[in-house]
Design a protein. Structure first.
Length: 278
């Protein structure tokens, strides 16, 4: 019995010594900056709590960072939009200047072909009603303009001065029912008279039935009548026909000038009945 008790006491002492040694070893490791099993257990238990406590702060920080980033992106977008708008504006201005240069170059080519003086005028008004087709230009008597002076464009004849005011003038278009132009078929030299039948189309009168006229033939001014010089484009043939035994052909032609797109014209400062052309 005493032997059994002695053995149990020895076992208890050994266990106590082991625990003491283990505790001392743990303390020694902590003092040296290490970690122990208990530290790891404590960290495992408290880690989720610390993480949960830090989450709101981190979430708030992320939102703020995103907000700042979006604000910066919005400013950058506005800057880019403004730059694109400025570039588009510059492109439009450049295209407009290019268009103006091309128109003026065309006028210059026409002006070089004439002996007399030619005045460039800007269109400031228009009347395209069925009762009259006229334009108003920003040049008048003070600039040397007189009634019946020819008005032209780089693409052909526009009309004639109908009324000359002090600083503006009224131009009667060749598509007006009061207008007519003596013409030649440029290819065959057949002669007739161009007059208006609508805003975008005219007809050729007094063209003999046997005259050589085909679709797409160019009609030019003949120089008769003393207003328009010879050889200027008037219209292009779009249809021809003959009705029975009539003496004249039916000819439809489209004016060479698009009157709806006119911005400038040229007035030939030469009294009517005098040709300024070489």
């Amino acid at each position: 019995m005493l032997q059994i008790l002695q053995e149990r006491r020895n076992a208890t002492l050994l266990t106590a010594l082991f625990l003491i040694c283990f505790t001392l070893m743990s303390l020694s490791a902590r003092w040296r900056g290490g970690t122990t099993v208990f530290d790891e257990m404590a960290l495992s238990l408290t880690g989720p709590l610390i993480e949960a406590a830090a989450a709101p702060k981190r979430w708030t920080g992320n939102i703020w960072s995103s907000y700042v980033a979006l604000r910066g992106l919005s400013k950058e977008n506005k800057r880019l939009v403004n730059e694109v708008a400025a570039l588009r504006g510059a492109s439009v201005k450049a295209q407009e200047l290019q268009s103006q240069v091309e128109r003026l170059e065309g006028f210059l080519r026409v002006a070089k072909s004439a002996k007399g003086e030619i005045l460039l005028a800007r269109i400031v008004g228009r009347n395209q009603s069925p009762f009259g087709r006229t334009l108003i230009i920003d040049q008048g008597k003070t600039n040397g303009i007189l009634r019946n002076m020819a008005v032209i464009h780089q693409n052909g004849i526009v009309g004639r001065v109908f009324r000359a005011g002090h600083s503006v003038s009224q131009i009667l278009l060749i598509t007006d029912t009061r207008s007519s132009v003596d013409i030649l078929v440029q290819r065959s030299r057949a002669q007739g008279v161009f007059s208006s039948s609508s805003e975008k189309q005219g007809e050729v009168r007094y063209m003999p039935a046997d005259a050589d006229v085909k679709n797409n033939d160019l009609l030019v001014s003949s120089g008769f009548g003393g207003i328009f010089p010879k050889g200027l484009p008037v219209a292009r043939v779009v249809a021809t026909s003959i009705n029975g035994k009539r003496l004249f052909k039916n000819i439809l032609a489209t004016p060479s000038v698009d009157f709806n797109k006119l911005e400038e014209v040229m007035v030939m400062l030469v009294p009517p009945k005098e040709s300024p052309w070489r």
